[in-house]
Design a protein around this ligand. Structure first.
Ligand SMILES: [Ca+2]
Ligand SMILES: [Ca+2]
Length: 491
């Protein structure tokens, strides 16, 4: 049996430090503006002026030749001042379009900007992985978009809030088709998985972890007021398996065994696969702290090998123990060489969607001298925005709450970091790839992911390992979903 305190530690995620940076904003005067007597405006404000009536309210940044000049113009136009940047003579104001025109006529006003929305320094990771691009530009053999539909993803974790908007289908129903809970105790090692129905199972001491992870794999896309959210497979269904109150390996193994026995019909033999698709992939964002040697005799490894044989892939977080390649800190079962078992390192897209970012400091490294201990692939796991609830422990400590999509949805999304967040990117991507090639084997899906990886250069050098180049910190590179789809179509 795993030591309970060690088990708990690994499920702890690395806290996110979050900064806001402006990502949008007009620069320079509008080309459309021809009235030379008016102060120029930013491109985004020019767009608003073309669409809003004179009485519409706007919030704007008025640049003066001095602070006093800006103040005077604003005051004379009757606009309401809500703040100022004294050092550069800029005042922030609200008022009508007509009042704004009066301000622009004033002598002391040099430029006016719209109060643009900014994007926060976080991302859902689906731009860097090209999952979003595959969702919107690629289709499977049925002509349907590659959003993971036709697959259920199993999430073995702390549980899930099935009523969270991240799991709402287009018709409003929940895409969480099964919500199971492990009630294993020390004298019971199987048969302890029970149905929790529509209950929120994600309320334990680490509550929020499972909901966040599931949102990364399969969250619905929304444009929130300040950030875009959504998972890799927003068309997939979710089978949640909560490890229950005790975070023992036994509970997780019982969950894996349940998947082994029920993956073809997770809602029972009488429920159609359209309503409740087969499970093709399991996400595992947990493990013992400190990594360790691969144990082919463990129950976990026996179960995942049996699953691979039946066409179900197993995805592991590679761990949050950092390291420098001097020893093996990778999560043990993820080191299984069996095709179709993938261990995921964390990549940091720096909140921008870039593919030339960094391997996260916290991401566990394998031993440089032993390629069998290296992670398979990298996916975004640092400062990832996904589903949360403010009353869940992890979400209440998250760095950056976001509201929406509904007007009453407060703190529904938050930013958390860890390889726990990297693994479910791949889990959702596996669902996308099975939709692209429904006859692919787990080994073929893993090969496509590794062979098409984007070779970002941060960290350790890539070395030839088998048919790929790989590295002890980031594996074969950053997953590239469009590349993987192309690979499957050409092999
Ligand atoms: Ca689809
Ligand atoms: Ca592997």
């Amino acid at each position: 049996m795993a030591d309970r305190s060690r088990w708990r530690r690994k499920l702890t995620v690395v806290a996110a430090a979050v900064l806001a940076v402006p990502m949008v904003g007009g620069a320079g005067a509008s080309a459309q503006e021809s009235d030379a007597s008016l102060a120029p405006v930013s491109d985004s404000l020019s767009g608003l002026l073309g669409t809003l009536s004179g009485g519409s309210q706007v919030t704007a940044l008025v640049h003066g030749t001095s602070l006093a000049a800006a103040d005077q113009a604003v005051s004379e136009a009757g606009m309401t001042k809500i703040g100022s940047l004294d050092e550069i003579g800029v005042v922030t104001v609200t008022g009508t379009i007509d009042q704004l025109r009066e301000v622009r006529e004033a002598d002391g006003v040099s430029y006016v900007e719209n109060n643009d929305k900014i994007k926060m320094f976080a991302s859902s990771g689906t731009v860097a992985t090209r999952s979003l691009e595959a969702q919107t530009t690629r289709t499977g053999p049925t002509g349907d978009s590659l959003d993971g539909s036709g697959t259920s993803v199993a999430i073995i974790d702390t549980g899930i809030d099935p009523s969270h908007p991240a799991f709402a289908a287009k018709d409003g129903s929940s895409r969480v088709v099964r919500n199971m809970k492990s009630l294993c105790t020390s004298d019971q090692d199987n048969g302890c998985i029970v149905d929790a129905g529509p209950l929120d199972t994600d309320t334990l001491s680490l509550g929020g972890h499972g909901t966040h992870v599931a949102g990364i794999a399969a969250g619905s896309p929304y444009q929130l007021p300040d950030i875009d959210v959504g998972g890799s497979a927003p068309g997939a269904n979710v089978v949640s398996l909560s490890t229950g109150a005790g975070l023992f390996i036994m509970g997780a193994n019982a969950a894996m065994e349940w998947v082994l026995e029920n993956h073809e019909h997770p809602c029972g033999p009488d429920v159609s696969v359209q309503e409740c698709p087969p499970i093709k992939v399991i996400n595992n964002s947990y493990g013992p702290s400190g990594g360790g040697e691969f144990d082919p005799k463990s129950a976990t490894v026996k179960l995942q090998r049996a699953l691979a044989k039946e066409g179900v892939m197993t995805v592991w977080a590679n761990g949050n123990d950092g390291g420098d390649g001097s020893k093996n800190l990778s999560n043990p079962p993820g080191q299984d060489p069996t095709p179709g078992i993938i261990s995921v390192a964390s990549y940091f897209d720096e909140g921008t969607g870039t593919r030339d970012g960094k391997v996260s400091d916290f991401s566990s490294r394998g031993a440089a001298e032993d390629p069998s201990s290296w992670p398979d692939i990298s996916a975004p796991g640092q400062e990832i925005v996904s589903a949360c609830r403010p009353y869940l422990v992890i979400c209440s400590t998250g760095g950056e709450p976001h509201n929406g999509p509904g007007a009453l949805d407060v703190g529904t999304y938050n930013v958390i970091s860890g390889t726990s967040m990297a693994a479910p990117q791949i889990t959702g991507i596996v669902a996308q790839l099975f939709e692209a090639d429904p006859t692919a084997t787990p080994g073929e899906i893993e090969a496509a992911i590794k062979a098409s990886a984007y070779k970002y250069t941060d960290g350790a050098p890539y070395e030839q390992v088998g048919g790929y180049t790989s590295s002890y910190d980031k594996g074969a590179g950053l997953v590239d979903v469009v590349g993987a789809v192309d690979y499957l179509e050409s092999h």
